[in-house]
Each structure stands twice: as C-alpha cells, then as structure tokens.
Design a protein around this ligand. Sequence first.
Ligand code: KG4
Ligand code: ZN
Length: 348
Amino acid sequence: MARVLAIESSCDETACAIVEDSFVRASTVRTQIDVHARFGGVVPELASRHHLGAIVPVVRTAMETAGVGDFTELDALAVTEGPGLVGALLVGVQCARGLALATGLPLFGIHHMEGHLFSAVLGDDRIAARELEPHVALLVSGGHTEIVVVEGLGRYRILGATRDDAAGEAYDKAAKLLGLGYPGGPVIDRLAAEGDPQSIAFPRGMLERDNFEFSFSGLKTALLVHLEKHGQPQSRSGLADVCAAFQAAIVEVLVHKSRRAVRQSGLRRLHVVGGVAANRGLRAAAEAAGKDDGFEVVCPPLRYCGDNAAMIAAAAAARLRAGWRASTELHTTLAIDDPRMQAPERSA
Ligand code: KG4
Ligand code: ZN
C-alpha cells in the first residue's frame, strides 16, 4: 500500500489530497471560480496569487481530514507538473519541492492528463477504489480533448485529439457568446436538459472522417452565425433549445468516435474523464453506447471529474507500487505519450 499526499494547482483550483493507492482519504479543493467569473475566463496572474494564499491552508485541511498528523506517516509526495498555467503550476511545484526537501519524502511529478486518467479508479472506500485496467479513455477537459488507449501504467497511446478547441473550451466560448458567464459547461448542461436538441442543426465537426480527431471551432462559428442571424434568444425555452442543440453536436461526435475507438481496440471498457465528463448528456450517451455495443462505461463521480489532487496522488501511488523512481526533474510541457513520460525508471 502506498500513502501519497498530492498537490494540484495547474489552473483555477488549489487542491491537496491524501490517498492510499486509489482509496481517497481526503480530497480538498478550493476553487477560484468566483475570482475569475467576472472576467469571463481564468486570469493567470490572479490564479497564481490566489494559489499562493490557499496552498498552505488547503494542505493542512487535507492532512486533518485524513487524520494524518505527521509527514512521517506518508510514503511519497506528488504534484501536477504540467500542462497548465506556468505561474499557477509554480506555486504547487515549489510547495511540493519544499515539503520534499524538508521531509526527505520522494516527490513524483505527474502529468495533469495522466491524473485525469486515474480519476476513474478513485474510490471513497476500499471497495470502490480500483486498479488501472486496460481501457479506452475519452479525455475531455478545458484544455484537452483526446482519445487514449491505456494499456497500463505509463503506457498511453493517443489515437487522436482536437485540431483546435477542446470540448470544454467550446462550452466556455459558447457560454460567453450567450452571455452565460464562466465556466460555461455546467450552465449549458443544465439548460440543455430543458431544450430540444433538434431545434437547430449545428455541424458535427469531423464526424464522418475515419480518424479520431476532433474539431470544435466550426461549431463555435456556427453558433455565432446563428446568433447574428436570429439574435440572442429572448425566452428561457429559446435559450434552452440553443444549448440543447449545441450540446447534442458535441456529445454526438465525442461518443461516435469513442465508440469506434473501443471497437477498434478490442478492449471492452470506456472511461470518460476530465471536467467535461461531468456533463449529463455526455454521461448518458456514453452509457447508452456501452449498453448497445456491450462495453463497460466508467464515468467518475462528479467531484473527481473536475480538477482535484486525489487523481494526481493515485497516479503517483501506482508508480510507487510499481517501483518507479521519483524524479524532481519536472517536464512541464510534454504530451502524455512522450517517451520521457513513459520510460519506467526503476529504483535500485
Ligand atoms: O478538467 P477541468 O476541470 O480543467 C482542465 O483541466 O481544463 O475541466 C474544466 C472544463 C471547463 O471548460 C468547464 O466548462 C468544463 O470542464 N465543464 C463542463 C461541465 N462541467 C465542467 N462541460 C460540460 N458540461 C459540464 N457539466
Ligand atoms: Zn483538468
């Protein structure tokens, strides 16, 4: 068993968690949504400042919640090393480095997207906590949209990714166009549930292309053109229809390509992870596809879809158990399938 404390500060959440393998003992997340909402998006400098103020209290709260009184009760530390906002990452990385120096604990730098992969194995009790098994992952967040074949720890094969906007980014931009504020995903998701998805025929970017790539910028333009032509919706039901039609265009492409990836991989399991995995329409459509095609679908509980440190800790715990060496040489800009991320450096 590996007990790991992790810190995550890549964007607008300051988070600390303690896990035992993938069993979550504590997961503390302090969000900055209120700070950034009035600017319509994350302001990097403000994010760094708020991380600075929040990081120590958040670490303390996680330790108290987990009943960990002393760092000697831990086996390792972990931190999100990237990708993310550099000034924001720096706060978490330097805090973790300081803790590692002071305690002598090994420190694992974890790729943020590898963390999201591990969100699907987290459990709030030992029974719900799982091992990472081979699967296809649909990784959908504010900065990434990828289909990844996960063969095992550190063995990740990206089948395809977005050519332009990430799915979460498309939601956020659409919300801005509709005057719905930041972040856009949750509010469009709620309104979509009341609307008619067939009310407007928005384009399904790259749906018919025989690959695993995505493109959402055309959809954003189509929404803009629609609003220029028809004006802003004047009623709640009109707004709900636009949201439902927009969401349907995104969900259909995501699920269509994921389904094909599962079929092609020969694996019988799809994990939907990342902030957009909280989307009710996406969860329902992925589950329906799994039922039709006979594969298992795992969508993490909502609290583990968005950014959190438990997923970062679980990725490090798996590395520790597999005998990987911790490294303070942090690679902040690599893709998840870069060989330098994967080479299993075993400790002596
Ligand atoms: O993974 P995440 O918390 O941060 C990144 O790593 O980017 O993802 C944040 C993204 C935002 O774009 C947000 O609008 C989107 O996830 N999101 C959603 C929902 N909840 C959050 N998108 C669609 N439906 C939701 N319910
Ligand atoms: Zn994320």
